[in-house]
Design a protein around this ligand. Structure first.
Ligand SMILES: [Zn+2]
Length: 183
């Protein structure tokens, strides 16, 4: 039978792809799948099967199952400091904290919360309150990560594709789009 494996964050580099189809024997368990991929159990923090969190490593997989693998962030639950935090890890942190709730709330519900945070950021900027601006920026980013999680978008990947090398409007670095143009 065939399953689809979607590694996220650091596990992508490790497996060398963002998604792969894998031929596995009938009745293969999650544990055996990780073995087949050459991943020690400790290198995977969260496993999701068809979008649902799975805690049972001996669960037998079905044909066409989609398995999402999330790496632990910096080897544990908490980062020692912010200096090495990547965008992918930021998205993983938010996923680990809120994904179950976010998924239930759905993309539209999450988007309303995102807008609410944008409104709070606007208020903080209007007041000129530096601490509130920093705090609200963080909330806006967290809700943006939530939207990406619920929409199954890898923010680091799409951001890099779009902005990683040059301006998507004029293809220059730095941007030379005319002043009125959006980029
Ligand atoms: Zn430009």
């Amino acid at each position: 039978m065939q399953v689809r494996v979607k590694p996220m964050g650091m596990l992508r580099q490790r497996l060398g792809s963002s998604e792969q189809r894998l031929e596995v024997p009938e009745g293969t368990t999650l544990e055996q799948l990780l073995q087949q991929l050459g991943l020690p159990k400790g290198s995977v923090q969260v496993v999701m099967v068809n979008g649902e969190r799975e805690h049972n490593w001996t669960r037998a997989l079905q044909d066409q199952d989609e398995i999402t693998l999330l790496a632990p962030v910096a080897g544990g639950n908490a980062l020692a400091d912010s200096s090495s935090l990547t965008l992918a890890e930021m998205q993983t942190i938010i996923r680990r904290l809120y994904y179950a709730k976010d998924r239930q709330r759905g993309l539209q519900g999450c988007f309303l919360w995102f807008l609410e945070e944008v409104g709070e950021l606007a208020a903080a900027i209007r007041k000129g309150d530096a601490w509130a601006i920093a705090s609200e920026l963080s909330d806006v980013l967290a809700w943006l990560a939530t939207l990406a999680n619920v929409a199954e978008v890898d923010l680091a990947e799409v951001f890099y594709q779009k902005y990683g090398q040059r301006c998507p409007g004029c293809y220059q670095q730095p941007c030379i789009c005319p002043g009125e143009a959006k980029p």
